[in-house]
Design a protein around this ligand. Structure first.
Ligand code: F6R
Length: 243
């Protein structure tokens, strides 16, 4: 794995934003995999600014987000779909029908997961997958468990994952859904290139487990060790030795 450590989270966001813009300029119909959460917010803001400055055209870019809450659809203000609208899509003017998203309110969630797998495959697969990492080593909503799911699937969310998402629900943990839909580990690992972002000391233990520990379902991110083209972009906090 390539490991890039930045002094400031803002520098990291700027470097990755430039990489994304260059990838779109080289390939206007780039297929991007995208995370939500706190970590990519600076990246998304930077992408909005750079897109304006460079007049980059996103109209042919296709996107697939990693996950969504069960029980919410794309119109719910707390949904990850709406988060993406606020943080990125409105700013870069992605073509609405090029946005791939799981529908957490679909009547048949199993079929919804199958539909998502088919949609990713028919887009030709994901060229550049950007990931965050949970404090427990999860990626997407692939939580630590005795076994991991390969394909897009329905998953029960860990207490720490629900707590980390409470801010989206006015800090009210009781309103955070207990389940999610997520791309599976094999879906993620099929991406041609993967960049994982981590900032802050609270991610240091997960980074050490992922980089230095064995490949284990107890740390889902450790499976990235199997991929031939992964770059970790970290700030100094995320690369400190965990206490
Ligand atoms: C969300 C996702 C999650 C987050 C992770 C880190 O779409 O894929 O795996 O990347 O929970 O979240 P933050 O960035 O809020 O610490």
């Amino acid at each position: 794995m390539n490991i890039l450590v930045f002094d400031q989270a803002g520098q990291l966001a700027g470097a990755l934003a430039r990489r994304v813009i260059e990838a779109i300029l080289a390939r206007p119909d780039l297929v991007l995999g995208l995370p939500t959460g706190r970590t990519p917010q600076l990246l998304y803001a930077e992408l909005g600014t750079l897109t304006c400055e460079t007049r980059t055209d996103w109209s042919a870019v296709r996107t697939f987000n990693l996950d969504e809450f069960v029980g919410l659809d794309g119109r719910d203000p707390e949904s990850y779909r709406q988060y993406m609208e606020r943080q990125l899509f409105a700013g870069v003017r992605v073509t609405p029908h090029h946005v791939g998203f799981l529908d957490g309110k679909a009547s048949d969630l199993e079929e919804e997961c199958d539909r998502y797998e088919r949609a990713i495959a028919s887009a030709g697969g994901i060229d550049l997958m950007i990931l965050g990492i949970g404090v427990n080593g999860h990626i997407g909503f692939n939580e630590p468990a005795p076994g991991l799911q390969a394909r897009t699937h329905r998953v029960a969310l860990c207490p720490e994952t629900r707590a980390a998402n409470a801010a989206l629900f006015d800090g009210d943990l009781s309103r955070v859904p207990t389940e999610g839909l997520s791309m599976g580990m094999a879906t993620i690992l099929r991406s041609r290139t993967i960049v994982l972002l981590a900032t802050g000391e609270e991610k240091a233990a997960a980074m050490t487990a992922m980089l230095e520990g064995p490949i284990t379902t107890a740390v889902p991110a450790s499976f990235l060790q199997l991929h031939p083209d992964v770059t970790l972009m970290l700030d100094r906090g995320a690369r400190t030795s965990p206490r």
